[in-house]
Design a protein around this ligand. Structure first.
Ligand code: SAM
Length: 217
């Protein structure tokens, strides 16, 4: 059986009893980064064997893990934070398991976009999760223009390196519309800003932006 297990996006206490039970009882945990996951495992006293499964070994390691699953082993799949498969390694192994009729289940937990969407107070009955915006300004503006046509809430992930540039372009495309920027969700310095792109950009420009961000328009 393949268990897809969501892990906390910052606060280690955001982890279910069932997730601890599953990670403690499987034969192997496939981690995006074994050193990162060790912090969570040590916190909960979980001693299960780990192995790495990430972007660059996903094909070879995927076949290896498939072999183990076919021989009857139970494997849990986790990423560094949040839900595997949501912009995190997982997609390939999940598909390989489906193609090979491996029994599979998902142990639910955190995904950063859900926290941000809920905290934004914007309509959540219809929303579009657009992942990361393109790196280059031209492509980013084009993508924003395209998404502006959708009549629903838009959600983006962003890094501290690009948040100011993205807010600049969001301001150019969406004007003074009130947006939400959620930072360091569930962590000590969680912050939710609700204002125009320009106002948030100015506020974040006071210091070098740090942490992880979700933008809701
Ligand atoms: N699998 C994760 C999930 O379920 O949300 C997403 C992983 S993606 C590689 C990393 C991005 O998620 C970050 O750049 C940031 O945009 C967002 N993110 C993850 N944790 C966050 C947090 N605690 N606060 C705000 N954004 C977060």
């Amino acid at each position: 059986m393949l268990y897809i297990v969501a892990t906390p996006i910052g606060n280690l206490k955001d982890f279910t009893h069932r997730a601890v039970e599953v990670l403690s009882s499987v034969d192997l945990i496939a981690c995006e980064d074994t050193r990162h996951t060790k912090i969570l495992l040590e916190h909960y006293g979980i001693r299960t064997l780990t192995t790495s499964f990430f972007q660059h070994n996903r094909f070879t390691k995927g076949e290896y893990l498939l072999g183990l699953l076919q021989s009857g082993k139970n494997i849990a799949l986790v990423s560094d934070a949040g839900t595997p498969g949501i912009l995190d390694p997982g997609y390939n192994l999940i598909n390989l398991a489906i193609q090979n009729n491996i029994e599979m289940t998902f142990i639910p937990g955190a995904a950063a976009f859900v926290n941000a969407l809920v905290l934004s107070g914007k309509p959540a009955h219809e929303f579009y999760f657009a992942g990361f915006l393109p790196n280059r300004a031209g492509a980013r503006k084009n993508q924003l223009q395209k998404l502006k046509q959708l009549e629903c809430t838009l959600v983006f992930y962003e890094s501290c390196h690009r948040i100011l540039a993205s807010l600049e372009d969001i301001g150019l495309v969406f004007g003074d519309k009130e947006i939400t920027v959620a930072r360091e969700l569930t962590k000590k310095f969680e912050e939710v800003l609700r204002a125009s792109p320009k106002t948030i950009q100015d506020k974040l420009s006071n210091h070098k932006p740090r942490g992880e961000f979700v933008i809701v328009i």
